[in-house]
Design a protein around this ligand. Structure first.
Ligand code: HEM
Length: 418
């Protein structure tokens, strides 16, 4: 991608969710920033200022230093007004308290409770079920008669079903979970937001909480072997988790696990459709190339656009001093196109092996579901490439307007089943 001139008023433009629906604009701006102002203190209107971190090495240095860079009080970008209203109404800094709002010692203690669920033998036990679900959703493409919206008909439903069945939410409640997740992550996109009113946004969280309070009750009264039971009945220092933290835990598992994976799955397909030579390479060696192809899709999409950290003491990063109390925003899509790390970063290569993508973050908070996400995507692509051929674009893809979690919201395709 050529380095172009800086967009006028970049500080404000960068935090405007509408601009994030244009992937080219986003990457052009980040290319310019990496080359000219890789680490700059920005003060967009309506937001507290922050260091704008665009390089891979700087993000890794910040995330790797959890003693200095903490998540609380500012794990993500929020408008100043929203934070103030929340504080006045609830007396709390955050709508929920989940792993991403925590630092040690709480973070370590809470993360340990579920970490085993997302690793090793437990994941291997899920493989067969995940493969069956992947085949089921690809079969549904067959039933749709050769045309579908890959995002709305396949990519969002498959990871949702996987995470909800691990979690223990019944299938009939999945549309509700999907709606609430999209209203939460898409709160800045007119197509998905409940409205742009702060009260409506808070109602989304209250709707989640209402559902989760009932779920906690049910699992405490009658534990099963699902993840919701584990969280509802877990103890720290001999005490059950407080309701606010239980809700936060449920909410991050119920939301973080599917929009991200579906965005990577759909964005990966679009990248392949636009590059028939990469599609042909992958089809010629599906088992051999899937692991690198999946990581390349995740690098390419980087569906989590940012997280933030705040310095507890002065610290030198990338030639600048981040002062105690100052926050830094970590832009993963930019780090994943960093030309000092990736060879030809704007090439999509299913056999890329040159560097490890950083879309799952790094350090103590590195994505808990990263192995599950890779496993789900590999299952779906195995089923898809096995059963479907001659896939082509059948309309204009569209992206969500969000500076936090986002990706394709529609991907019309035409195809022929084998
Ligand atoms: C391609 C899919 C996914 C991407 C790109 C992604 C990305 C991320 C990122 C960037 C973070 C923050 C890391 C940091 O602060 O260093 C994160 C945290 C997290 N993710 Fe994912 N994620 C994905 C899928 C999943 C799945 C399937 C789950 C399953 C439940 C999940 C659960 C979580 C949780 C619980 C955290 C919080 C971890 C903590 O703060 O300790 N994610 N993810």
């Amino acid at each position: 991608m050529p380095v172009i001139t800086q967009s006028p008023d970049l500080d404000n433009a960068l935090v405007n969710p509408a601009n994030w629906a244009d992937e080219n604009w986003v990457h052009e701006q980040f290319s310019w920033m990496r080359a000219n102002e890789p680490l700059k203190y920005l003060s967009p209107e309506g937001f507290d200022p922050f260091w704008n971190v665009t390089r891979y090495a700087d993000i890794k240095a910040i995330e790797g230093n959890k003693a200095v860079f903490i998540n609380d009080p500012r794990p993500t970008l929020g408008q100043k007004m929203m934070t103030e209203v929340l504080q006045q109404m609830t007396g709390r800094k955050h709508l929920v308290r989940s792993l991403v709002q925590m630092d040690d010692p709480d973070h370590m203690r809470y993360r340990r409770l579920t970490q085993g669920w997302f690793m090793g033998s437990n994941l291997r036990n899920l493989q067969q079920r995940i493969d069956e679900l992947a085949v089921h959703y690809v079969d549904r493409m067959g039933e749709m008669g050769g045309e579908c919206d890959f995002v709305k008909d396949v990519a969002i439903w498959f990871p949702l079903r996987v995470i909800m069945s691990i979690f223990g939410v019944p299938e009939e409640d999945e549309p509700l979970m999907l709606k609430l997740t999209q209203e939460l992550f898409g709160s800045t996109d007119p197509d998905v937001a409940r409205s742009f009113d702060m009260m409506d946004f808070m109602d989304v969280v209250l709707d989640f909480e209402k559902y989760f309070v009932e779920l906690t009750e049910a699992r405490r009264n009658k534990p099963t072997d699902d993840l919701a039971s584990l969280i509802a009945n877990s103890e720290i220092d001999g005490e059950r988790l407080p309701q606010h933290e239980t809700n936060g835990y449920y909410m991050i598992i119920a939301t973080a696990g599917h929009d991200t994976t579906s965005a990577s799955t759909a964005g990966g397909l679009l990248a392949l459709l636009e590059r028939p030579e990469e599609m042909a390479k992958l089809r010629a060696d599906v088992d051999g190339l899937l692991p690198t192809a999946i990581d390349e899709m995740i690098r390419w999409v980087s569906p989590v656009r940012h997280f933030m950290r705040t310095a507890t003491e002065d610290c030198d990063i990338g030639g600048q001093t981040i002062r105690q109390g100052e926050s830094a925003i970590l832009w993963y899509p930019s780090a994943n196109r960093d030309e000092s790390v990736f060879d030809a970063p704007f090439d999509f290569r299913v056999d890329r092996k040159d560097a490890k993508q950083i879309a799952f973050g790094f350090g103590a908070h590195v994505c808990l579901g990263q192995h599950l996400a890779r496993m789900e995507m590999a299952s779906l692509y195995r089923a898809l490439l096995n059963r479907v051929e001659d896939i082509e674009l059948a309309g204009e893809p569209q992206y969500t307007q969000s500076t936090f979690v986002g990706g394709l919201k529609t991907l019309p395709i035409r195809y022929r089943m084998k």
